[in-house]
Design a protein around this ligand. Structure first.
Ligand code: ADP
Length: 498
């Protein structure tokens, strides 16, 4: 059975209080009782002294002959006189233990009836004590029987019994008990109520702590302590909040690590796939020009005196070896970029002046293709490897010329924005939008023949992408409104690198 903390603590407090009140009242009551008893004893001892004095005076006034016979004769009178004198009912016993006087007899002597032995055992014991010259007393219901010796001129000559009423004393004690009971009940009720309220607050705090622990177990973390108290519970709450924050951070960083790991594994798998594809493509791409060269060499060997064939073979072998050379160079560049952590020799320079310079060098080729090279350049400080920058632009401009139409244009633009923007725009044949994703893959060509015709290898754009990424930049292929393409490079601005 589950007993709530609130109930068990309150009950414990109540039992504790009950015990303390009980013990306290017992102690006080026994103190009061002892005190009263001592006072009564003192009072009765005093009364016995007075009684002795009274008897002796009366004895001497009577002639002072024989005390025993005087007592026997005047017992009832003496007892009555004493009762009037000290205000306590008195009984007188002879030295042989016979009752010889009783104040209740109101002075009427009924010798025969009174002179009887004490029959009650307890009273008999008391009497024996008193006749043995000792004081003895006992409580009997609401009376205190007090017996003491009567001192005669020649020693003890009987015993006197004082019948002290305890009604008032017992009423006082009863009243005290009643008071203790009422006060005890009141204190208990008040303590129970305040204890219940106090433990309710503690139990509520403990409940909040338990809820917080449950929440944390369900990965709902808490930022602040669930209880605001300046005691151990408050400290515990603070501790739970700190633990929760640390747990959250730990789990978050673990999840981050897991994500990174997953990404790294995915990247590795992708790289592996790309590598396999790359090797497959290389062998295929290399084979084509080599087959063509081999075929021409065989033909030349067979028809050595055919000038037309020789001319054609020369031109084709020249074109194919040029393509092979281009391909080997780009493959080497690409694999250098992929395998080794390319050492970026970043520097700051103005893209505008580098592009102007480059445009000057490529204008001849553009004109040969009947393409106009236009510039729209703003001063743009870039932070990048200059050689890589030139490489990227050469590839992009080269493509814009190759995949253009006679009379077309190639526009070079640059401007500083959030990053340095460099664009190579053309109004050439363009690329179908659904193929835009693939054109950065190695050896990918949209129209194989056209690419081959113009000495293309399918490696230029993947080289551009690798170079841009290594500089911390990106390259985007965007279809141009009205036909053609825009290749946009985003590179780090120099101001960002201060
Ligand atoms: P390539 O050596 O064949 O030019 P790239 O990697 O440079 O290889 O380009 C991949 C393919 O993307 C090209 O074969 C061509 O089909 C297409 N392409 C690249 N640039 C352009 C452009 N400016 N306009 C149209 N097509 C382009």
């Amino acid at each position: 059975m589950r007993i709530s903390l609130k109930l068990s603590s309150t009950l414990f407090l109540a039992v504790l209080l009950l015990l303390s009140i009980g013990i306290l009242s017992l102690l006080v009551m026994s103190g009061i009782q002892k005190n009263q008893q001592a006072a009564i004893e003192q009072e009765l001892a005093q009364q016995v002294k007075l009684a002795n004095l009274y008897i002796r005076q009366d004895f001497y006034a009577d002639g002072g002959e024989r005390i025993t016979s005087f007592l026997k004769e005047s017992g009832n009178r003496l007892a009555y006189g004493l009762y009037n004198y000290i205000g306590i009912p008195v009984t007188i016993y002879s030295d042989s233990g016979v009752k010889i006087g009783n104040s209740a007899e109101n002075g009427v002597v009924q010798q025969q009836r009174d002179q009887q032995l004490v029959t009650n055992n307890e009273e008999q014991t008391l009497l024996e004590y008193a006749l043995d010259n000792k004081v003895a007393f006992m409580e009997k219901k609401s009376r205190l029987l007090y017996m003491a010796p009567i001192d005669g001129p020649d020693g003890q000559s009987g015993a006197i019994q004082l019948d002290y009423s305890l009604v008032e004393v017992q009423a006082f004690r009863q009243e005290m008990k009643r008071l203790f009971f009422i006060i005890g009940l009141g204190v208990l009720a008040a303590a129970f109520a305040s204890g219940f309220m106090y433990y309710s607050r503690i139990a509520a705090a403990v409940l909040r702590l338990k809820l917080a622990a449950d929440q944390i177990r369900g990965h709902q973390f808490i930022a602040h302590s669930p209880v605001e108290r300046r005691d151990e519970l408050g400290e515990l709450g603070e501790g739970i909040a700190v633990m929760s924050r640390e747990l959250e951070n730990g789990i978050q960083s673990m999840e981050r690590e897991q994500r990174h790991l997953r990404l790294a594994v995915e990247k590795l798998q992708k790289l592996e796939r790309q590598q396999k594809q790359f090797i497959g493509s290389i062998s295929h791409e290399f084979k084509t020009p080599l087959t063509s060269i081999k075929a021409y060499i065989e033909l030349v060997g067979m028809y050595q005196d055919d000038p037309q064939l020789l001319k054609e073979a020369y031109s084709n072998i020249d074109k194919e070896t040029g393509r092979l050379y281009e391909m080997v160079e780009k493959v080497l560049q690409l694999s250098a970029l992929e395998r080794y952590e390319f050492e970026i020799q970043a520097e700051s320079f103005d893209a505008k002046s580098v592009i102007e310079d480059l445009a000057g060098r490529m204008r001849g080729k553009a004109e040969r293709f009947g393409i106009a090279l236009e510039l729209n350049l703003a001063k743009t400080p870039v932070w990048c490897d200059k050689e890589a920058f030139v490489h990227m632009l050469v590839n992009l401009i080269d493509n814009a010329i190759k995949y253009n139409r006679p009379g077309g244009f190639v526009r070079l633009k640059c401007r500083p924005q959030d990053s340095a923007i460099v664009e190579v725009e053309d109004n050439g044949i363009g690329i179908p939008p659904e193929l835009l994703k693939q054109i950065f893959e190695p050896f990918y060509t949209v129209i194989k023949d056209r690419s081959r015709e113009s000495g293309g290898t399918g490696l230029g754009l993947s080289l551009v992408r690798e170079l841009a990424n290594k500089q911390g930049g990106e390259v985007y292929a965007l279809p141009r409104k009205g036909g053609g393409m825009v290749f946009r490079l985003h590179l780090p601005l120099y101001s960002q690198k201060d």
